[in-house]
Ligand binder design. Structure first.
Ligand SMILES: Nc1nc2c(ncn2[C@@H]2O[C@H](COP(=O)(O)OP(=O)(O)OP(=O)(O)O)[C@@H](O)[C@H]2O)c(=O)[nH]1
Ligand SMILES: [Mg+2]
Length: 420
């Protein structure tokens, strides 16, 4: 079933950090108290979380943007801003997240509970209370909040079936899947119309989705290779729930009970554990029962009857399958979720822009100039000090920068001085 790949784009954006505050204590009779500006709150991050209750990527098709909450700004009296909430985006098990541009695999969310940090929230800016030092008694600047990370991802999912439709040829498996999902398989009144499995997503509501596979027909002897044989039994192996679709109007005289017995025998011959799988026997083509010449008028079947033509029994069928799939998923051992992190790109790197400017790349360096007011001499002094201690001036010198060259860091442009 690996030929069926669901794919979509997803734009994730962390919340922005709130700005730090510039504030001074106000006291009666004291003209200017110490700095008491609080820090901005950090922005929330966006996480992708594998969830076995999500069966497809359909939900992202029309709504591909996911954004976490921003932090709020700091305030006077050292009041810090509120941290933005993280956002968890639930994706199906087996979702692979790739970088949209390079195609590189960033995360492979295999098991229920696996989490991946898709877009980090921005750091909150520090308030002026943090910049107090012996040299700087009344810091009149604060840090800005950092923007949240933003990126386009490409999500890919190799669909695995929750439910496999197992039955003799021509019993209406393809017709059924075309009625309960958006799958559009070929349907015809002869055996072996279906040569490759078809997958369809049944979506009852936002919280209930499962994947159904329409498997090519099985006949007696399939486990020894008759008909389409082994090839397709293989596809049944991975399904959580089996539907034995039994024709209530079988022309060849096989009663539903005969069909059930033969199918179970073939499954058991192939893999004994398949008969332990949760399953539901369903009578198909109920509208034809007893009407087709040469078929018995009472099939003797007392299970759920459906007709893909009249729609009889379909809501009951999709509802019961939802319950069986939910129970089967819950019964699966929940493996310890692991967190896949991207390595942090720390350190400082210098690149040359097309216009000749030196571009300083590095999160900490960018933070060092993200101050509320770089025209404030005190703030500029602080920024230069930070850049020096991060090794930015050394890196620029090594890259060949000379006095007067333009240097860009984040959204700031400076002139290079030999001792920046
Ligand atoms: N009257 C009636 N006809 C049906 C119903 N479901 C399917 N059929 C007809 O039965 C024939 C076989 O249907 P398919 O859906 O192709 O059967 P299938 O099980 O997928 O067959 P294979 O792919 O060959 O194994 C077609 O002519 C359908 O139109 C039904 O509920 N009522
Ligand atoms: Mg078919």
């Amino acid at each position: 079933m690996s030929q069926f790949v669901d794919e979509c784009g997803l734009n994730v954006r962390g919340g922005d950090g709130g700005a730090g505050s510039v504030s001074f204590r106000r006291e009666a009779h004291v003209p200017m108290g110490g700095p008491d500006g609080g820090d901005g709150g950090h922005g929330g991050s966006v996480w992708l979380v594998a969830d076995h209750n999500v069966a497809s990527l359909i939900a992202f098709r029309d709504h591909p943007h996911r954004r976490a909450e921003s932090g709020t700004h700091g305030m006077g009296k050292k009041r810090h801003g509120k941290r933005g909430e993280d956002l968890e985006v639930h994706v199906p098990e087996g979702t692979v997240a790739r970088d949209n541009d390079s195609g590189a695999v960033l995360a492979d969310l295999v098991h229920h509970g696996d989490r991946w940090l898709a877009a980090r929230g921005g750091q909150g800016g520090r308030g002026n209370a943090r910049f107090l030092s012996n040299r700087r008694r009344a810091p009149s600047f604060a840090e800005q909040g950092e923007h949240g990370e933003e990126r386009w991802l490409r999500l890919e999912l190799k669909l695995m079936a929750d439910v496999a439709l197992v039955g003799f040829p021509n019993v209406g498996k393809s017709t059924l899947i075309s009625r309960i999902s958006a799958a559009k398989p070929k349907i015809a009144d002869y055996p072996f119309t279906t040569l490759e499995p078809n997958l369809g997503v049944v979506r009852l509501d936002d919280a209930t989705e499962y994947v159904v596979a329409d498997i090519p027909g099985l006949i007696e002897g399939a486990s020894e290779g008759k008909g389409l044989g082994h090839q397709f039994l293989r596809h049944i192996e991975r399904a959580r729930v089996l539907v034995l679709l039994l024709d209530l109007a079988a022309v060849d005289g096989h009663t539903p009970a005969d069909q059930e017995r033969i199918l179970l025998n073939e499954l058991e011959q192939y893999r004994p554990e398949l008969v332990e799988r949760p399953r539901l026997a369903v009578g198909s083509r109920a509208d034809l029962e007893g009407l087709v010449p040469g078929t018995s008028d009472t099939s003797g079947f007392d299970g759920l009857r459906v007709s893909a033509v009249t729609g009889e029994g379909l809501p009951q069928l999709t509802g019961r399958l939802a319950d069986l799939v939910r129970a089967a998923r819950a019964a699966e051992e929940v493996t310890e979720g692991f967190v896949v992190h991207r390595p942090l790109g720390e350190g400082v790197r210098i690149e040359r822009a097309d216009d000749g400017a030196f571009v300083v790349i590095g999160r900490q360096a960018e933070r060092a100039v993200a101050l509320s007011d770089l025209t404030n001499p005190e703030a500029l002094d602080y920024a230069q000090h930070r850049l020096r201690s991060l090794g930015v001036d050394r890196a620029l010198a090594r890259a060949g920068a000379r006095a007067g060259d333009r240097v860009r860091i984040g959204r700031v442009e400076l002139d290079y001085e030999e001792d920046l």
